[in-house]
Design a protein around this ligand. Structure first.
Ligand code: FES
Ligand code: FES
Length: 176
């Protein structure tokens, strides 16, 4: 294996100096090196969204990102969005709307939902399907939320409640 390389991961506002092998993913660095196990490993191949984190305001699948590629980037994980007693509005909405069962997909769903609202705020329409556009749907209607959340799988099938939780907070935030 290649010799470890030094990097600084900036996670939830804190800098962490690390030495990792160049092949280490951002997901493994977060979980194994920093102990931030809120970010989950589902498929480990970019297909399920369980490992979603927010990097410089955009969501990525951390299992297919190299830690080294994010030296110095501003990374937000579920732990940085809120904490017990001080939940992010979307975390509170997931509880209120019963938007999880086993909870394994939930940190990724919530990071994705938070970033999705940022996308809407930026006017980033890349995920809007042509049909949604033709229907003239308002920003972040249910169809668009579903489309934009489609990279986050839920084996428990909590989709209806997940969409509702995102929609409720998107409304509160003025982007739905
Ligand atoms: Fe990263 Fe599934 S664990 S997409
Ligand atoms: Fe179990 Fe989504 S709540 S996978």
């Amino acid at each position: 294996s290649a010799p470890p390389v030094g990097l600084t991961l900036r996670v939830n506002g804190q800098n962490h100096a690390l030495h990792v092998e160049p092949r280490v993913t951002l997901l493994d660095a977060l979980r194994d090196n920093l102990g931030l196990t809120g970010t989950k490993k589902g498929c480990d191949r970019g297909q399920c969204g369980a490992c979603t984190v927010i990097v410089d305001g955009r969501r990525i699948n951390s299992c297919i990102a190299l830690a080294l590629a994010h030296d110095g980037d501003e990374i937000t994980t579920i732990e940085g969005l809120g904490q017990p007693g001080q939940l992010h509005p979307l975390q509170a909405a997931f509880i209120a709307e019963d938007a999880f069962q086993c909870g394994y997909c939930t940190p990724g769903q919530i990071c994705s939902g938070v970033a999705l609202m940022e996308e809407a705020r930026r006017g980033d329409c890349s995920a809007v399907t042509p049909d949604v556009r033709q229907q003239g749907a308002v920003p972040l209607g249910d169809a668009e939320i579903r489309e934009r959340m489609s990279g986050n799988l839920c084996r428990c099938g909590a989709y209806a409640n997940i969409v509702r939780a995102v929609r409720i907070v998107a409304k509160q935030e003025g982007v739905a």
